[in-house]
Write a protein that binds this ligand. Structure first.
Ligand SMILES: C[S@@+](CC[C@H](N)C(=O)[O-])C[C@H]1O[C@@H](n2cnc3c(N)ncnc32)[C@H](O)[C@@H]1O
Length: 273
């Protein structure tokens, strides 16, 4: 496994956004069969996010960045009908096999091919950190939400995978892990969306792994190994991995080696009605 193929998402400024979106879609498409077994964090976070939505089983819901749709059987408690959107056709095909959504739409969350003000609820878990233009995505989410509607979005923010980042930093200065946005930057991204009342809450999650290779394998199985603008570092192979593992060892505790994930929960209530 190449160390430089490790990890992860958001790039504040991308040279070729279209190319990046293609790579993200391909990477998640490839992972559509391995995703669920590796999605420990994603399942916990999505369920925590769902708890923030009203459980009244009414209205229309939009799931943006639905992945393989493993949470779709649980959505009937939150809406009467839902639409699923994902950038990756592979992920969407997987979700479609359940035939639970009214529509399955392949689209970029920053340009939703959907009419305005048609959803009573919007749910999106751990997709936003993959989007090069989070402000455009939040604006699209606000646009399709009906007056009186509510949205819940979870996303990874700065402080995620700091142990791994620290271990890489002892080996070289290449950007193996792209910077995640901060809570403040995401709050600023909602600044122009005045017809929504926003609430933000950051929570920390810690997962444990037997070794750094297991962490890398999990990220790959999730499709979370796409780094745009990555330059080959030349620092790959067994020796590199041994050094990386040795650097990570300082964090080892009884449960294994930890990886920290900082998750921001964004809630919005659209004015009106
Ligand atoms: C980490 S998975 C999360 C899937 C699911 N929401 C869950 O909680 O398990 C991220 C998903 O977002 C999708 N995605 C990434 N960028 C996207 C974009 N710009 N527009 C729509 N979907 C996107 C990916 O294809 C992938 O299925």
């Amino acid at each position: 496994m190449m160390a430089s193929s490790l990890v992860t998402p958001v790039l504040p400024e991308l040279q070729d956004e279209a190319q990046f979106l293609k790579q993200v879609a391909a990477s998640f498409g490839k992972a559509s069969n391995s995703y669920l077994a590796a999605a420990r964090l994603q399942q916990q976070v999505a369920r925590d996010a769902l708890e923030l939505l009203a459980t009244d089983a009414t209205g229309r819901l939009l799931d943006v960045g639905c992945g393989p749709g493993w949470i779709h059987p649980e959505l009937s408690r939150y809406c009467a009908a839902f639409t699923a959107v994902d950038l990756s056709e592979g992920m969407l095909s997987k979700a479609r096999t359940q035939q639970l959504a009214t529509d399955y739409i392949q689209a970029d969350a920053a340009a939703l091919p959907l009419a305005a003000a048609q959803f009573d609820k919007l749910f999106s878990s751990l997709m936003l950190q993959w989007c090069p233009k989070p402000a455009a995505v939040l604006s699209e989410m606000a646009r399709v939400l009906a007056p009186g509607g509510q949205l819940v979005v979870s996303t990874l923010v700065q402080g995620t995978l700091t142990e791994l980042q620290g271990a890489f930093a002892t080996l070289d200065q290449h950007p193996h892990i792209q910077p995640f946005l901060t809570e403040q930057q995401l709050i600023a991204a909602t600044g122009n969306l005045a017809d929504i009342s926003w609430q933000f809450e950051q929570r920390s999650y810690r997962l444990f792994y037997p070794d750094v290779q297991s962490l890398a394998r999990e990220l790959k199985a999730l499709g979370a190994n796409q780094v745009a603008g990555r330059r080959p570092s030349g620092l790959t192979g067994k020796g590199y991995w041994q050094k990386l593992a040795a650097a990570y060892e300082q964090h080892r505790c009884q449960q294994g080696i930890p990886a920290t994930y900082q998750v921001l929960f964004i809630r919005g209530a659209k004015h009106g009605r």
